[in-house]
Write a protein that binds this ligand. Structure first.
Ligand code: ADP
Ligand code: MG
Length: 793
């Protein structure tokens, strides 16, 4: 069953999102192009065959072409949609395809009625209550349809929360406004059905001497079901363009209106086969089961929350706006709290033991700091103090998240912590997500620590067997005091003598479980995770509610803002001139491309091709290629040459996205910039602006108006960028949550629910302090988030 506003609204929403996000095929869940294809199936019979064919072609092409070409397709689609509104359904005003549109849909209607009647028969005695199929009236077919929505059990269904609510109120005909959604009751005084392909069915309904026409399409059974003289209540969207108003009816019932003057009716997200009304009716039927399914697990009263079962009932069928608000509050707080707790439990399974007291590194740290070519920023000093306080406390091991925008100087802070551990007689490890970054860390640690007499070793995947054996031996004996490496560090063969501190750099690139595995290499070591992805506070509290937060909110002095510009293909030649000037002045340049090699299907710029092209254009300069598919050794050599200034232009992919630090590089060129995510672009830009020179970031894009690129040109503030990203992409994608097995938030909007997230965070602190009192909450977490389902990367 299609409701005009529904499909049209969802198309409009997806179209807008797609435009806003820069035509990257993300305007709808599961991809904009697949969304269009799905939609086509629904619009059969609504649009002309010719228009449908055009839409089909657009949907198919959309998937394959560049954002630039998509823009043209998008426009074409927009025109089609505009056109179909006025000409395709003759006699229907704009958006007037309402009620059911096909036989199949009236089938839906009948099934729904069946559901209701059959349930009346067997109230309360449902044999297999958890499985939807066994709810009589749902049946295998409908159960399948629910499965396609990810709904398998009565509990799932009760957690399929309304998308919004319609406020319905009983009205007098003369008070109706055009466009309003209303409920009218009266007596049927006549009917008519038009001829032609689309049958327009009208019922004439009289209420206190005034008339209204209720309108349906193709539902020719209506006049028979509601003959003249029948008392009816009809709900729908009003249109008052002629003398007698029309009601594009979506629901009709026998009998005059009874009940509250105003009613909030839930609207559910629906699919082609399962419409909101059907879902609502089934939910209404199983709602009493909430009492059995949703056990209260939290002392709700003392925390000023609505009781759980009541909240579930209220969120589906609210009594009033206030009760709905309380219900939603309860469920949002619950959603965040349980997720926080699941993640906390993953990070530190089992009861907390005492922390190692590591406070003997003072002399080493002093020597290190006085050897630095710069003074630590105030923020660095403060964060180091915070870390040392945790490391020196016997109460429990440190669990701290260090957040600092790109270039804020996190490495130095990490170094101080490493030395504190080493000075106290323990080993320390630092894990980085890429070989390029691990190598860079190794080199800087080596340079800084060797003069202090601290032994640093490097462990990555591509080392020869004898070399590896030797390093593993040093780690096991304790000779290696600091160990730097990639994910190799968590392999089973790696055993420490006494690991006191585990640091993860760019932690967002790791799964939760990988971090825990590093921790497990020691007996309750202190843990520091670092990230350059500034996370909006709400998200940080949600994901890291159990970690203490340190923020480096000050960039080292003397940094100049990076000048960021969006340029189109047309300006390439002037850009090349600009780059030549920089190379001539001894500066270095990154050119980042979205792909390594050309593929047939895409016309994105590939790094290999770009490197060839630039070697020709910049004859006499040194141009090199670096990408993730190269061998470790090769990568290392190229990075070293780039660091030493032997390479002028480094053509690369996102392998340089995180952490890479070459202060003499002052220009970052990003090809097909719209292809990258906002946070990613911010990270890439962060590779320049690390020295004294004025730096530039040039975003090449032919998309004239991309919300994301505009944000980047406007600001360098990572937190603002992250907020925008959160708005544009939603939290799941922002941190690759889904990929890490973290479930989606069903109800919480991290953009607007800040207050509730804070509340959940406060409650979490209570729960973590007193596991006994909150045992039921822990049980609920185990039930909802079984360990094997979450955190695997
Ligand atoms: P990030 O936080 O992105 O990991 P890095 O630790 O790589 O940043 O530091 C970026 C650059 O800033 C490095 O070249 C580092 O030596 C330099 N740096 C760090 N702290 C300071 C400081 N207090 N003053 C000046 N430069 C600093
Ligand atoms: Mg870094």
């Amino acid at each position: 069953m299609l409701q005009s506003d529904h499909w049209r609204n969802s198309v409009n929403r997806a179209m807008k999102a797609e435009e806003k996000q820069g035509f990257i095929n993300t305007g709808a869940v599961g991809g904009f192009s697949s969304f269009l294809l799905d939609l086509l199936a629904e619009l059969d019979g609504v649009f002309s065959a010719e228009n449908l064919a055009s839409m089909q072609r657009i949907a198919e092409e959309y998937h394959e072409v560049s954002p630039y070409k998509r823009r043209a397709l998008w426009r074409e689609l927009q025109e089609l949609l505009d056109k179909t509104t006025s000409s395709d359904a003759p006699g229907l005003a704009s958006g007037a395809i309402c009620g059911t549109t096909s036989e199949e849909a009236s089938g839906t209607f009948r099934t729904t009625e069946k559901v209701l009647t059959s349930l009346e028969v067997q109230t309360g005695s449902i044999c297999h209550p958890q499985n939807l199929q066994y709810i009589k009236g749902v049946g295998p077919q409908r159960a399948k349809q629910f499965e396609n929505m990810g709904i398998y059990t009565a509990e799932d269904l009760l957690r399929h929360y309304p998308r919004k609510y319609e406020i319905r109120s009983k009205r007098r005909i003369q008070d109706i406004q055009d466009g309003e959604y209303v409920t009218i009751d009266g007596i049927v005084t006549g009917s008519q059905v038009t001829k032609g392909k689309v049958k327009v069915v009208k019922l004439n309904i009289k209420q206190d001497g005034r008339s209204i026409h209720a309108v349906w399409f193709n539902q020719i059974h209506i006049p028979k079901q509601y003959p003249d003289g029948t008392k009816v209540t009809v709900t729908g969207k009003a249109q008052w363009r002629t003398r007698i108003p029309e009601l594009l009816a979506s629901e009709i019932r026998k009998g005059l209106y009874e009940g509250p003057a105003q009613k909030m009716v839930p609207v559910y997200s629906e699919t082609a086969r399962l419409n909101s009304k059907t879902i609502r009716e089934i939910i209404q039927v199983i709602l009493p089961q909430a009492d059995r399914i949703f056990d209260e697990f939290f002392p709700y009263e003392e925390n000023n929350l609505m009781e759980r079962r009541q909240a579930i009932k209220e969120i589906h069928f609210p009594h009033s706006a206030e009760t709905l608000k309380k219900a939603r509050e309860r469920l949002v707080v619950e959603e965040i709290l349980l997720l926080q707790l699941a993640l906390a439990r993953l990070r530190s399974p089992g009861p907390q033991k005492a922390g190692l007291v590591l406070n003997q590194g003072g002399a080493l740290v002093q020597k290190f700091a006085s050897g630095l070519p710069f003074r630590l920023t105030g923020a660095q000093q403060r964060v180091i103090r915070e870390i040392f306080r945790d490391m020196g406390s016997i109460e429990k091991p440190m669990a701290r998240l260090l957040q600092g925008d790109v270039g804020s100087g996190k490495t130095v802070v990490a170094m101080a912590a490493l030395l504190q551990a080493v000075g106290s007689g323990f080993q320390a490890a630092m894990m980085a997500p890429t070989e390029v970054l691990a190598q860079q860390h190794y080199e800087s640690l080596q340079a800084a620590f060797e003069p202090l007499g601290v032994k640093v070793v490097f462990l990555v995947g591509n080392q020869s067997k004898p070399e590896r054996e030797q390093i593993l031996g040093q780690i096991l004996s304790g000779k290696a005091q600091v160990v730097v490496g990639t994910q190799t560090l968590i392999q089973e063969s790696v055993r420490f003598n006494a690991l006191g501190l585990a640091i993860t750099d760019e932690q967002h690139r790791f799964g939760v479980r990988q971090r825990t595995l590093l921790q497990d290499k020691g007996e309750n070591p202190h843990v520091l995770v670092m990230t350059a992805t500034p996370i909006p506070r709400t998200l940080a509290l949600t994901l890291y509610g159990d970690l203490r937060l340190s923020v480096l909110d000050e960039l080292p002095a003397g940094r100049k803002p990076i000048i960021t510009r969006k340029i189109s293909d047309r300006s390439r030649s002037s850009m090349e001139k600009f780059l030549k000037q920089h190379v001539a002045a001894g500066r270095q340049i990154y050119v980042v491309c979205p792909l390594v090699e050309e593929t047939e299907k895409s016309d994105f710029v590939s790094a290999t091709q770009k490197a060839d092209e630039l070697s020709r254009i910049f004859e006499g300069s040194s141009v090199a290629l670096l990408h993730g598919r190269m061998k470790g050794q090769e990568k290392e050599e190229i990075m070293q040459r780039f660091r030493r200034g032997e390479i002028d232009i480094l053509v690369t992919t996102t392998v340089v996205e995180v952490g890479v630090n070459v202060p003499n590089a002052s220009v970052m060129v990003i090809e097909d910039a719209e292809r990258f995510g906002l946070a990613q672009l911010h990270q890439l830009r962060g590779r320049v602006g690390r020295g004294q020179e004025q730096s530039y970031c040039l975003l090449i894009s032919n998309t004239r108006d991309s919300a994301r690129l505009n944000v980047l040109c406007e600001t360098e503030d990572g937190f603002r960028i992250a907020e925008e990203d959160l708005k544009i992409r939603g939290p799941g994608e922002l941190l690759g949550l889904r990929q890490h097995g973290v479930p989606e938030l069903k109800l919480t909007d991290l953009g607007t629910d800040g207050r509730l997230v804070e509340k959940a965070y406060q409650l979490l602190q209570k729960v973590l302090k007193d596991p006994q009192k909150y045992e039921k909450a822990y049980q609920e977490v185990s039930r909802l988030y079984p360990k094997e389902k979450i955190g695997v990367n």
